[in-house]
Ligand binder design. Sequence first.
Ligand SMILES: [Zn+2]
Length: 278
Amino acid sequence: MAAPTVRPVRTGFVRVKEAQRRRRPGGPLRTLTDSDWSEWLPIHAWLVEHDGGLLLVDTGETARAATEPGYFPRWHPYYRLAVDFDVRPEDELGPQLRRLGVDPAEVGTVVLTHLHTDHAGGLAHVPHAHVWVDADEYALAKGFAGRLRGYPSNRWPASFAPTFLAWRDEPVGPFERSAPLTPDGSVVAIPTPGHTPHHLSVLVRGGDAGYLLAGDVSDDEQIAIDGVPDGVAPDAAVARETLRKVQVLAATEPFVYLPAHDPDSEARLAERRLFGER
Ligand SMILES: [Zn+2]
């Protein structure tokens, strides 16, 4: 049996406030009032090829987020003040998969780390894939209440009919629960709450190295090493505890750390550079 492989799928760029990347004092308004923008950060999805087929972790962003006035609700201050997208139509998931020689229709399974726009924005490119999400994340994201929380659920494609992950009491290192995504358990979801209350990550157990496809656990690896929660996590203590567990897992089962928005993720993947290695 071949070990699973991971390939980056970059669907354009986003920039956020520095107060979002590293939490600062100031309460929930910190990302709106901060005048300090990050550099342009990649929006990554990850394509996992395993014995059973192709599995995609996240779907990236749509160009509509960058080009269509009113795509996000104007009444929501976060979209008006705290986030900026640079996504062209050719950056979207479908064209980027084809660039890798993959027909989007071949992607059988999608797992969403969470339901924010830059992770669910490419769903329309994989309408026939089986989509896994966390049930509680979906409950927070759906409907108008979800839109108030910053999930543009009105933009989900009509095809979006996710299946809820069945968490098991099967520990992965310090993480008490997990949900296998392949029959052989080489690809497994683990709960990594913080950025959102029910955020998840995907651990790929490769041959010589594992990979943690970490969504928005942190914007980059250094922030995870420093254990600093982001500025939008509803509960900083929960986010801090997840970062601690990521560090513990790295010490026992080394992995290449691949969050969605780290400009260095692709280089680390190419070099198989493990979490904490320079
Ligand atoms: Zn997010």
